[in-house]
Design a protein around this ligand. Structure first.
Ligand SMILES: Cc1ncc(COP(=O)(O)O)c(C=O)c1O
Length: 381
């Protein structure tokens, strides 16, 4: 029997075991996707594009029009000095992340992740024989511990990965923190991945800040974002990466030889999502998230034994369950079987023990009913 590559044998499963579709009577607080349909005009644009015959091979990096519009948007909204030439449209942000690790790191390099981190960073690093180094964030607010990051840097450190607004914690880093994180990357000559996929879902008084927009940032920052979370387009698999030209040229070769490009007709759908009229739909999504976030905060506050730092962005609450005396896997397993509510145990992520992740992207009634079930279950034990 021929073996598979050793590094794939014991790859961690991440949060997958708790993402399985539960029975119909279970409330699902696990899936990290907007609880809305894709706006209709985007759907129509894809269908029209297919009818118009956009079914052939095309520009590998993405159509010129899409790359140009995407660059303008990054520039206008976030002051990221993106150009048409340093954008690649990828099959989801996930693939853009994998490309970035592949292009910027050598096997054996250390990659600093701020723990608890979205699990795919760790798993992608392992697939490429990179060493993920998990540096815990501050437990009271999930913001980065700058001193701990500095202490974790060795001569093998090649990259620092940041994700603000954050999955799983909901933290949004302050402009001062982003500036200091970039300073660390500059001082130690590191690549900085800035995963900004939740940039539009920010509930703080400070605006989203990309390190690529700061002085000396663009030359070492690789910005990752995509259409999934802002436009309710998770299943479409459309992401974007923008970075320094050396990185983007290598990545162009990588994408050309890995998948050629995203489906040609989806480029027109991606363009339709950038039309100003879609801003109304996005504003409506955001209003709903703000209401749901408040329901979650009030609900958790009212349940004895649970507490949660204020979720500042994305659509996740990271709830402290330590006072219940259960570890997070026991808590989530019992919540599933006894209260019929599905959530992610933080203990599946490095640095996340003592917490469970709740996605409040589900509708309001589901949220209220789930909180009620958890309250009743906990008071009965
Ligand atoms: C932090 C983070 N980055 C990237 C992704 C991947 O997004 P995409 O759907 O574009 O692959 C996700 C999806 O859950 C995410 O939470």
């Amino acid at each position: 029997m021929v073996d598979i590559a050793e590094r794939f044998v014991d790859l961690p499963a991440g949060i997958k075991p708790f993402l399985a579709a539960p029975p119909a009577d279970v409330i699902r607080w696990t899936v990290g996707e907007p609880g809305f349909d894709t706006p209709q005009s985007i759907v129509e644009a894809a269908i029209e594009s297919l009818r118009a015959g956009n079914t052939k091979y095309t520009r590998s990096e993405g159509s010129l029009e899409l790359c140009e519009k995407s660059a303008n948007r990054l520039h206008q909204r976030y002051k990221i000095p993106a150009t048409t030439e340093n954008i690649i449209i990828t099959p989801g942000a996930k693939q853009a992340l994998l490309y970035t690790f592949m292009v910027c790191c050598e096997p054996g390099d250390e990659v600093i992740l701020l723990a608890p981190a979205w699990p795919s960073y760790d798993i992608q690093c392992r697939m490429l024989e990179l060493n993920p180094i998990h540096v815990p964030v501050n437990k009271n607010n999930f913001h980065p511990n700058l001193e701990a990051i500095k202490s974790a840097i060795t001569e093998k450190t090649k990259m620092l990965v940041i994700n603000s607004p954050n999955n799983p914690t909901g933290a949004v880093y302050t402009p001062e923190e982003i500036t200091k994180l970039l300073d660390i990357a500059k001082k130690h000559d590191l690549w900085l991945i800035s995963d900004e996929i939740y940039a539009r879902l920010n509930w703080t008084e400070w605006d989203h800040l990309s390190p690529a927009s700061l002085e000396g940032g663009a030359e070492r920052t690789i910005v990752i974002t995509g259409w999934s979370k802002s436009f309710a387009m998770t299943g479409w698999r459309i992401g974007l990466v923008s970075g320094p030209s050396t990185v983007m040229q290598a990545m162009g070769k990588l994408q050309a030889n890995a998948c050629s490009h995203i489906p040609s007709f989806l480029m027109d759908a991606a363009l339709a999502a950038l039309e100003p009229k879609i801003d109304d739909a996005v504003a409506e999504f955001k209003r709903s998230y703000i209401t749901r976030r408040q329901i979650l905060m009030d609900g958790i506050d009212a349940i004895e034994g649970l507490s949660m730092p204020e979720p500042e962005g994305a659509f996740y609450g990271f709830v402290d369950i330590t006072k219940t005396g259960m570890d997070s896997t026991t808590f989530a397993t019992k919540a599933l079987t006894d209260a019929k509510v599905q959530m992610i145990p933080g203990g599946l992520l490095d640095g996340g023990e003592g917490f469970v992740r709740i996605s409040y992207a589900c509708d309001e009634n589901t949220l209220i009913e789930g909180l009620d079930r958890i309250a009743k279950w906990l008071s009965s034990i």
